[in-house]
Design a protein around this ligand. Sequence first.
Ligand code: NAD
Length: 496
Amino acid sequence: MTTIQHWINGSPAPGPDTAPVFNPATGKEQARVVLGGAEAVDTAVAAAAKAFETWSESSLSQRTQVMFAFRQLLVEHEEELGRIISAEHGKTVDDARGEITRGREVVEYACGLGDVLKGSFSDQVSRGVDVHNFRQPLGVVAGITPFNFPAMVPLWMHPIAIATGNTFILKPSERDPSAANFVADLYQKAGLPDGVFNVVHGGKDAVDAILTHPRIEAVSFVGSTPIARYVHQQATTHGKRVQALGGAKNHAVVLPDADLEFAANHITAGAYGSAGERCMAVSVAVAVGDAADTLVEVLERKAREVKVGPGDAPGTEMGPLVTKAAQERVENAVGGAATQGATVVVDGRGLKIDGHEDGFFTGPSLLDHVTTDMDTYKEELFGPVLAVVRVDTLDEAIDLINANPYGNGTALFTASGEAARRFQRGVKVGMIGVNVPVPVPMSYYSFGGWKDSLIGDSPIHGPEGIRFYTRPKVVTTRWPQPAQQVKAGFDFPTSN
Ligand code: NAD
């Protein structure tokens, strides 16, 4: 059985402890992954700190050339990486290719960094005095990432961190660790010097070592809200910059004037794509007024049409959940919703796939008449369960969304520009779609929610990513001519 090792200073590095990595479609252990702690993190930090000495001095064009080469390798190896992700995560190969594409867009943004990093210059702010500014990298920075996008979420971080001159340590999810090593190999092939990108595998011990390490300047985290809070608190206490993106409960509101077939089609894909294991998955459909009965009818038909199977089988639309525990949690939640009074319109529990009887499969579930006091509404299920909540007006829908502790993504389906404007101005949510169910921003914008979906104040990638991974300097310059030599004033300098 393969053991997936750390990647430190351009080479695989072993570790004493290991954990199993499963194939969710078969339910079988397929590899082991090393579990690092303080020692592995320390070794990686030493390599990254050494590499920073030269990488931070390399030219902008050298760094962007590596990014161009890395981007090309991601294109050439998309199918291979997609299959690696599918085998450990369970999502379909096409869906995995989609996440690679969206992650690659951040590399493309990093390729154009020369423009984004340009400083500004102010001539003659005082007589004979000019001012300019520029930004410099922080040093060694780290990323801690979730299982659900093993390529894309790390790609939100490392291309920007590395292109701005930092060196990087990735601590990926221990459930699907192989994509990180594959990416490390591509970076090496792209000409990235050893030690600039490192991977330390592991769980809490590795995370704690990162959060407290004195030589790590900044930590980017994406995962569940309780861990995001913990990471933010620990890392800021230890003097680091932190980006900490948390969980979600995303509502799609459907007004009676919407094309209900179109809305149901897109909400179905948003709810059950990647088996609902997306931070931008639609988990609640808010049916307004007369839209409800027809919407539920169409949603039921579409949920029953979803093709569930192994992620690498042609035609599969939805794969298994990532672990047996996730499968059990989701199926228990459907049972709990029924007990608390929801109508189970489509019951995905107990699904068996021929030849994959031990896989972690559950089918799409559709629940109607869900109310905000039910556990299924309150908790982030992170599975293929769509809850329909019925309300009378758009304002009621907005109030419902705003009362929810999460604020990652939301969508409105409507034909009314006025309603769309009221909605986007009124909801306390970071990413909003109008007739777009999963409104993931492009790489040149930044990604991040509000409230419990983002702890602290820093969204990720795009302009916010540049700001996060660099520090500004402002320089005030005077080159006096001999004739201008005058006595320096003792008063606080003003710009006369
Ligand atoms: P998770 O919080 O369990 O794990 C995330 C990372 O934290 C992993 O690397 C894991 O090893 C580490 N970790 C887990 N428990 C820890 C602990 N006790 N102490 C220290 N570190 C710990 O999340 P997950 O299950 O891998 O991913 C799913 C979650 O991520 C969902 O809540 C989802 O909404 C969220 N997510 C959010 C976004 C976003 O952009 N807001 C994107 C993707 C996923």
